[in-house]
Each structure stands twice: as structure tokens, then as C-alpha cells.
Design a protein around this ligand. Structure first.
Ligand SMILES: *Cc1c(COP(=O)(O)O)cnc(C)c1O
Length: 370
């Protein structure tokens, strides 16, 4: 068998879908460094540097700030399963796939789920969140900052304020915004926040950075029931990432090397520059698409910079265009999910992929095909 199987040779792609994005070569180099033990003193320094850099990227002073082993959904699950106890009333905002996933996880953890909905392609209306909060004592409000399934950017400050006025915790999904849009954890009063490595951080999928505020830690420490997940129990995982450094599960060493290098790249560029780069390339793409007569799904005020949802023109076949982009130009874009399947394309400009060159390439490829 070993004789007939060739060495791995994945195709070289430009990843302009909803994630993963292209990975910076320096991150891949870091991941190829020699594996060491997860309790090695040399690794402890690396962990300390990761925590310090991650706090800077998430704009938080929270002590409990570290990457959870697993993809973005593991971070989602970690935030919700640690904060929800059976019977807790949870207001979950749903205007796309990822809000729906949060509602599912909250329900699986015994939460009494109250959904606040908006049509896919529109932001959540804060007034409806207020009504849901007024209707009963609530443990937490959970909301997606950057809804990757629709390209919607959700303003958070008003919702954060009303959440705290009602003594509830605010949980925010920043999987597609962290590293591409401003995410200000402390300034915006976010109590639990998670992201993922393969979107605007441009690191392969496999880690989910999370942060918990003092209020969230207080809720964690005052639980009357055990967290249902052993693997994601933050009270135990933080013993490894904190002073004790005691074994919980074996940290994915080489993924963390890549994470370390990815964070270094972000701080080298500077958060402001990075946000401006994402904004600039988004504007360039939208102008080019509109020039071709295409129409964006989201209203201008709510458009994500890293994820551009554009309506598929009538009479154009979704799958064959995406296949041709991949086969002729080695370029990947995403299709729609749920009700939007066959109706939109999702064009990612995330992290390392967000360049003028890639925008120009996609626009000319699309022009040729259409
Ligand atoms: C991608 C994504 C997730 C899930 O992340 P996985 O890495 O696929 O587990 C969660 N929320 C949002 C908004 C996402 O875009």
C-alpha cells in the first residue's frame, strides 16, 4: 500500500470562500518546528506569549483569555456550556446559521431558549432584544457579531448596554470578525467571546480563542451543577493555561506554534492597519461587483468587510460558476446556506487573502465566466 500512495500534493488554491482563508507562509513554517512536551518549561514561555498577544488582539485585560483546542464551534460550545445551567433563560439572537447553532447548543445544555429573530440578511433589532429581556430574568444574551452565512455585521454597543441593565451576560461570536473588523471586548462590555483561527486570523482551522470577563468567571465559579462537557470545562482547562500548568488534555503543540506566529503577524501589521486593509479591499470588491451589475445582499451600513454576500443574477447557475472558478482559476468562493442556497455567493476577503491582487483576479475571472 505504502508503495502505491504518492506523497501528499494538495492543489494550490486562492481561498476566497467563507473560510478557511489562505495561511501566511510564516505560520506554516512555525507549525513545522519540532514538537516539544506540553509541560516543557520552554512551552510555558510560548503559552505566556500567546496569552499576552491574544489579549492585545482581543482588546481585553481578561485573565481568562486563551485558545481552546478545537475549531470555532468548540469555542461556541465552551462559552455556552460553561455559562448555562439547566433552566437558565437564554436570549439567543438568530439571523443566520451561526445564531441557530448557538440556540441548538443552549438548548442541549438545558437552557430555556428565547429566540430573537431577524430575516437572514438583516441585523438583529435591539428593541426586540429589550422586549425579550423585559419578559423574564435572563442569564445571558448570545449574538453573532459577523454572521458568515449572510455577510451581516451586527452593531453591539446598544445591545450590550441593555443586557447589563438587565443583569445578564453578553456572549458574542466573533469568528469572522476578529482580525478583520474592530472587536473591542472590554470597551463593548462583552462577557464571553470566542473566535476561530481559519478566518481573519489566517491560521489553519483547529483552535478557538476565548475570553471570559470577571462576571463570566463569577457565574462559572458559582455554578450549582457540573459543566456537562469534561473537555471544555473552563474551570479545569484554565488550570493548564493558568499558574498551576497542570495536565488536563495534551495541548495541540504545533497548532499553537502556528497560532503564536499568526498573532505576531497581526501585531506587526497593527490592528488599525489590518482593519483598514480589510475595509479597503472590501470597498474595492463591492465597487467592482456593482460595476458588473451585481447586487449585494446586505444594506451598506451592515456589510462585513471579510465576507461579501452577493446576489446571484437570474439565469446564472450557482454551482457551475463556482466549479469554473475553481477549475480554471483555482479560486474558491462559497455558496449560500439554508434559504439563501442558490441565491447568493459568499466571497471571503479574510486575513492574508484580503489583497488588491486577489480582488482584481476574482473580478476578472467572474467577468470572463459571466
Ligand atoms: C465558521 C464559523 C463558526 C464555526 O467555526 P468552525 O471552525 O467551523 O467550527 C462559528 N461562527 C461563525 C460566525 C463562523 O463563521
Amino acid at each position: 500500500m505504502g508503495d502505491s500512495v504518492g506523497v501528499l500534493n494538495p492543489p494550490s488554491r486562492i481561498l476566497m470562500g467563507p473560510g478557511p482563508s489562505n495561511v501566511h507562509p510564516r505560520v506554516l513554517q512555525a507549525m513545522a518546528l519540532p514538537t516539544i512536551g506540553h509541560l516543557d518549561p520552554g512551552f510555558i514561555t510560548i503559552m505566556d506569549e500567546i496569552k499576552a498577544m491574544l489579549k492585545q488582539v482581543m482588546l481585553t485585560g481578561n485573565e481568562l483569555t486563551f485558545p481552546v483546542s478545537g475549531t470555532g464551534s468548540a469555542g461556541m460550545e465552551a462559552c455556552l456550556c460553561n455559562l448555562i445551567e439547566p433552566g437558565d433563560r437564554c436570549v439567543i439572537c438568530v439571523n443566520g446559521v451561526f445564531g441557530q447553532r448557538m440556540a441548538d447548543i443552549a438548548d442541549r445544555n438545558g437552557g430555556e431558549v428565547v429566540e430573537v429573530q431577524a430575516p437572514w440578511g438583516e441585523p438583529i433589532n435591539p428593541e426586540q432584544v429589550r422586549q425579550a429581556l423585559d419578559a423574564g430574568q435572563t442569564k445571558l444574551v448570545a449574538i453573532v457579531h459577523a454572521e458568515t452565512s449572510t455577510g451581516i455585521l451586527q452593531p453591539l454597543e446598544e445591545i450590550s448596554q441593555m443586557t447589563h441593565e438587565h443583569d445578564a451576560l453578553l456572549v458574542v461570536d466573533t469568528v469572522t470578525s476578529l482580525g478583520g473588523h474592530p472587536v473591542k471586548v472590554d470597551e463593548w462590555g462583552i462577557d464571553a467571546c470566542y473566535s476561530g483561527t481559519q478566518k481573519c486570523l489566517s491560521i489553519p482551522p483547529g483552535l478557538s480563542p476565548v475570553t471570559f470577563s470577571d462576571q463570566a468567571i463569577c457565574a462559572l465559579e458559582n455554578r450549582s451543577s457540573k459543566v456537562s462537557s469534561w473537555y471544555l470545562d473552563m474551570a479545569m482547562v484554565r488550570e493548564y493555561w493558568g499558574q498551576a500548568r497542570s495536565y488536563h488534555h495534551t495541548a495541540p503543540i504545533n497548532m499553537l506554534y502556528g497560532f503564536h506566529e499568526g498573532l505576531r503577524l497581526i501585531l506587526e501589521e497593527g490592528l488599525d492597519n489590518r482593519w483598514q486593509r480589510h475595509k479597503h479591499n472590501h470597498k474595492l470588491l463591492v465597487a467592482g461587483l456593482e460595476d458588473m451589475g451585481l447586487e449585494m445582499l446586505a444594506a451598506p451600513a451592515y456589510r462585513l468587510w471579510p465576507l461579501n454576500a452577493v446576489k446571484i443574477p437570474p439565469g446564472v447557475d450557482d454551482a457551475s460558476v463556482r466549479r469554473e472558478l475553481l477549475e480554471r482559476f483555482s479560486l474558491e468562493i462559497g455558496g449560500g446556506l439554508g434559504d439563501l442556497k442558490g441565491r447568493i455567493w459568499r466571497i471571503g476577503l479574510m486575513g492574508y487573502t484580503s489583497t488588491e491582487n486577489n480582488v482584481m483576479l476574482l473580478l476578472s475571472a467572474l467577468r470572463q465566466i459571466l
